[in-house]
Design a protein around this ligand. Structure first.
Ligand code: NCD
Length: 298
């Protein structure tokens, strides 16, 4: 059966651990060039810096050719439907498709249209599985075993695909999760089931090993839902003072793009000891190499 990666929960435990182990192998500088002569389609219907670049670097490091499809310059702008677009691209027989889309569940639709693996590079506010895997790899590399560690995910949880997939993977790895957000940016009660919920940083950051800050996804909310950037920073911004509430050796994650001075202070983002943000960026490549390898060669 063709392997697809629409979300974290579609991964068996075996697949999850195989991908994390293979990513570690690649991160150590090994390379089996397992995608030699393969063709990967990068289909990006939404803006991206890290995800798009790292998928492309990953495929090329493994020896594949990458063809970038950009929605803005495609016939989608001539009112061609998504179905016709996917059917057209499938007729070129790619070996894997990487898809980013603003449409809810777009990867599941694409899975019915393509004969090859479809890997979700982020859809709507629903899921971003490869981001979650690279977050997990970053924490495992830092802590060794992450079982029993507690992470606080803070900020705009309601609109965040990163938070949803991160919660799924952290829970699978035996971590405890706090979510900290103003009431209006809290997810529904049916989501993040085992997480402890807090509306203030002072209580939510107690006994925390790692903090993940999130950008306010203004493009996914009606204007005026939340106050000004300055108000947000005062109540929820991660400063060095707030970081002191956590355990002394706590580390900081952010999926990017960061809005400095809104959800995170400059000296926290750039803290040479506590910030793992550029490690996350770096780990994007071995994780995506491992996912592509697993999908195409299995
Ligand atoms: C995020 C995304 O696009 O989902 N970034 C990423 O992929 N690293 C988060 C965001 O847009 O805020």
């Amino acid at each position: 059966m063709t392997f697809h990666l629409p979300d974290i929960n579609s991964l068996t435990d075996d697949a999850l651990h195989a991908i994390l182990d293979k990513a570690r192998f690649y991160a150590e500088g090994n390379n089996d060039k397992s995608l030699n002569d393969k063709i990967i389609f990068n289909i990006f219907m939404e803006d991206s810096t890290r995800t798009r670049m790292s998928f492309e670097v990953a495929a090329k490091r493994l020896g594949a050719e990458v063809i970038n499809f950009t929605a803005k310059t495609s016939s989608l702008n001539k009112n061609e439907s998504h179905a016709d677009t996917f059917a057209t691209l499938n007729a070129y027989h790619p070996d894997a498709v990487v898809l980013r889309s603003a449409e809810y569940n777009a990867p599941r639709f694409a899975m019915t249209m393509f004969d090859c693996p479809v890997i979700n590079a982020g859809d709507s506010f629903r899921a971003h599985p490869t981001q979650a895997l690279l977050d997990a790899l970053t924490l495992q590399n830092h802590f060794g075993d992450v079982t029993g560690k507690t992470i606080a995910i803070c900020g705009d949880i309601a609109h965040s695909r990163v938070a949803r997939s991160a919660y799924d993977v952290f829970d699978r790895l035996g971590m405890n999760v706090h979510i900290i957000a103003p009431e209006l940016l809290m997810p529904k009660a049916s989501e993040f089931e085992k997480a402890r919920r807090f509306t203030d940083m002072d209580s939510g950051l107690k006994n925390i090993d790692a903090v993940m800050m999130l950008r306010i996804q203004k493009e996914r909310m009606t204007e005026g839902v939340i106050g000004t950037d300055i108000d947000f920073f005062i109540e929820y911004g991660l400063t060095q003072d707030r970081l002191k509430i956590c355990y002394p050796d706590a580390v900081v994650l952010h999926p990017g793009p960061m809005n400095r001075g809104v959800e995170i202070a400059d000296d926290v983002a750039d803290d040479p000891y506590k910030s793992l943000i550029l490690k996350q960026v770096e780990n994007g490549v071995p994780i995506r190499m491992a996912v592509l390898d697993y999908a195409v060669t299995r």
